[in-house]
Design a protein around this ligand. Sequence first.
Ligand code: ZN
Length: 133
Amino acid sequence: MAFCESCGKPVYPLDTVCSNCGTPVKHPVQPVSRPDPVYDSVRSGDIEPPQTSPYAVLGSWSFVGSILLMGLPIAGFIIAIVWASGTTYNLNRRNLARAYLLIIGIFVALYLFIVIIAIALGGSALLLNDIIQ
Ligand SMILES: [Zn+2]
């Protein structure tokens, strides 16, 4: 919100003169967002971002390590949730954790769907075993 230089009343973005005193309004120039040199250079493919950047490219072995960590029983699931929530600084790892949780979610949903269909079709655990095997 801009204010009249003469009387101090607020002026609206499309006003050319102050509605209170008639003084011509100077609207402040919108600040241009400063470019992020790391982000820009990464997008243009000029350089690889430094390892300290959230856009740092994870190496293959970092992916292997991350996947193995998330594959740990129970603890890995907690690690994946922590990473997916954005606690990890690196965006590659955050998205990897989110993808991992999505895959788990898809398989759980598929499993539940099959169980529900099996129950609807006849409702016995024996039938469910027939479907799975
Ligand atoms: Zn005014």
